[in-house]
Design a binder for this molecule. Sequence first.
Ligand SMILES: C[S@@+](CC[C@H](N)C(=O)[O-])C[C@H]1O[C@@H](n2cnc3c(N)ncnc32)[C@H](O)[C@@H]1O
Length: 219
Amino acid sequence: MNPEFWQARWQEKRIGFNQPDVNPLLIKYFKALNLPIGSRVFVPLCGKSIDMVWLATQGYDVVGVELVETAVQEFFTEQAIPYTVIEDANKPNIKCYTGEIADRSIALWVADIFALSADDMGHIDAVYDRAALIAMPPEMRPKYSEQVRKLSNNASQLLLTLNYDQNEWAGPPFSISSEQVQQYYSSQYQITELEGEPSTLNAAPEMAVREYVWLLLGK
Ligand SMILES: C[S@@+](CC[C@H](N)C(=O)[O-])C[C@H]1O[C@@H](n2cnc3c(N)ncnc32)[C@H](O)[C@@H]1O
């Protein structure tokens, strides 16, 4: 998926991936990461996910990355969070929107995730990946997973994936097998499947889909 694909999706408001309510699997399983209050959580390909508000109200600082600036602007506007925009003349292709809620900071980079460095991100304690790895086509996933590991210094992850017959639906979101999760992350993480339950895809409601929750603990 190229940047134009996602720009068009946001511009045309074809954002069925955006959930009105906090993801129940985040609420159910985030504690598995065993994070102290005040930890910093990285949300790659964050969109305007309300899950970030939940993370902040639970006591965590949030760092997100999103390609499309209007998505980030909509996040702060819809959540009524005042924000400032930080730009650096030396890095014209990235900028950071920052605000506060419940005394925790939410910093959202407007950037291609591949344009960011670990220095830009600062210290990360954990990663919450919902609809991010599965938004990447197969050929980009090895590079994406490596970049998430680099940006977070192999921080532990809560990862949500979908599994369905890729012949029945082109994606995104793409189907990911447990073997692929192992392929992307087993060198650096101990991987545990926390849940695998029947689910549905808004765009293809009749299709058999399972949603998986993975705990990736840094080795
Ligand atoms: C499927 S959506 C998921 C958004 C969010 N995680 C959620 O749960 O609602 C994927 C998002 O990633 C963004 N995106 C796609 N490629 C990206 C990239 N290379 N760098 C940063 N963001 C990207 C898209 O604009 C889109 O908002």
